[in-house]
Design a protein around this ligand. Sequence first.
Ligand SMILES: Nc1ncnc2c1ncn2[C@@H]1O[C@H](COP(=O)(O)OP(=O)(O)OP(=O)(O)O)[C@@H](O)[C@H]1O
Length: 592
Amino acid sequence: MSTYRALIPFALKNKWVYLLGVFSLLAVDALQLIIPEILRRLTDGLQTGSLGHQQLLSYSLLIVLIGLFIMVFRFFWRILIINASRRLEYELRNQLFDHLLSLSPSYYSRKKTGDLMAHATNDIMAVRMAASAGVITLTDALFLNIAAITMMMLTTDVRLTLIALIPMPILAFSIYLFGDAINHRFKKVQRSFSMLTEKVQENISGIRVIKSFAREDIEMQRFHEANQDVFQNNMKLALLFGTFHPAIQFISGISFVVTLLYGTRLVLYQTITLGDFVAFNAYLISLVWSVPVIGFVINILQRGAASLSRINEVLAVEPDIKQASTPISLRAMSGAFSFHQVSFRYPGSDTEALKDFSVSVSPGESLGIMGKTGSGKSTVPTLLLRLYDVDAGHVSIDGHPIKALSLKNLRNQVGYVEQNSFIFSATIADNIAFGTDTISLETIEQAAEKAGLHSDICRFPKQYHTIVGERGVTLSGGQKQRLAIARALVKNPALLIFDDALSAVDTQTEKQILDSLKETITNTTTLIIAHRVSTLQQCQRILVLEDGQIIESGTHEQLLLLNGYYARQHQRQQLEEELSSGERSATHEYLP
Ligand SMILES: Nc1ncnc2c1ncn2[C@@H]1O[C@H](COP(=O)(O)OP(=O)(O)OP(=O)(O)O)[C@@H](O)[C@H]1O
């Protein structure tokens, strides 16, 4: 229960709401306990014949009045406590989401998305339940329990009360045991259900792969198996509930039987009146209701505590990348950067992605990087954006150690285009304007024009207001890349990074885009990562990487003279280009 300590600040902030809610709840309970007293007097009056019309009318009016007050107070406790618990859910969800966004990418490579989704949904719901149903039921049941037993003892008979209470410990213990088993089964149901949702999610996202590999039958079979698992776990839970309710009712029934046996004797021997016996039974109903509820409440609170401790665990994770206590914010960055003897290994990886890597790029210079897949090319921009910190060596921007810079300032001044940039389910204009706060449509259009996307957008039904992604138009791979380029350009960055950003466009389109970007590239510090020589040849300097190390370095012409990896790529790509243009002209010759 110490887990709940994390909620103390929230509870203190909302103490009046909770206190008023609990007060209204107790008022409802207290009013409910007056009813057996009225029943006692009515029965006794009827039995002795002393109940007049006037008295009957007063009692009836009192019952109606009590009913009205119960209605008002019930409304208040519901509004107050449910409102407070919903507010807790709202604040906790905001806190969790804000924290998740502050965490570094390495955290996301360790954690499953499904688990994080479960924290944001199921776990927060379980905490809300504990803060609403848990608090309400615990207050309600404890008060009713104590009040009913006290009233039974004070107004009727102590011995009869003690006898009626005999099955209660058995009842409480059985509820505890059942509760434990129910909890266990419930977890299994949840686990199998989250596996099922993950399956659906994966199948929907990977529908093209499934279809192209004709794996529908296998996937259907796997889904049916997962669904069968959910069904069986639900049935086991239903079986447990099915046994639980009749068993509880049976055990509580024993209380009524012993009350009937001993209570009627007391009435016959006139130790208590018939009215006492009726009132006693009415109190017993409250008591029998409240005991099982305490068992349930313990479960709700336990489940809430388990969920809250999972949420607390996430909230306790510190971001790997921490900003300096007094970070430097550069007003106008030149984008110049340098790596000095940098070595870096991704968390959990055995091999170094960069080894003793050094390069220095001056303001406005354009650097190209080429290399086999996995040679460490994308690691360079990853470190420049400070998504990870280096293991050895230093990275600096504009002469400042990267760790001294404000993270926001640094990332705001870098225009980074990945090979597979994420496109949001929003309009094209919103997607391009993503990295900026206020921007005119005209600037967006200029960026799209430079990225070679404007004419494509003009062909869409709503042009820049066309929604793309899941809810709208699907963009081709090349269009997505160009949109990502426009998104980077619109920021007017000091450092522009293209990481395999033109791989999905043909060489012709690539040439057009590079031509229109010529001025931007000349005026901005640029890092271009590519496999194609045609993308890199205009760069002032080109590096070739292998296993995280530089194996060749120079201008296009110098690298050709080296006759190494770069020159071989150049020859091969030229040959491919000649072959494909030969094929194109041959096709033209034979066309009618
Ligand atoms: N998030 C990560 N976690 C662990 N290892 C990683 C991660 N990202 C990359 N690596 C590893 O680091 C090495 C360098 O990766 P990097 O992405 O820099 O290569 P690359 O040259 O850009 O490859 P490609 O041309 O295929 O994009 C590879 O061995 C890769 O498996």
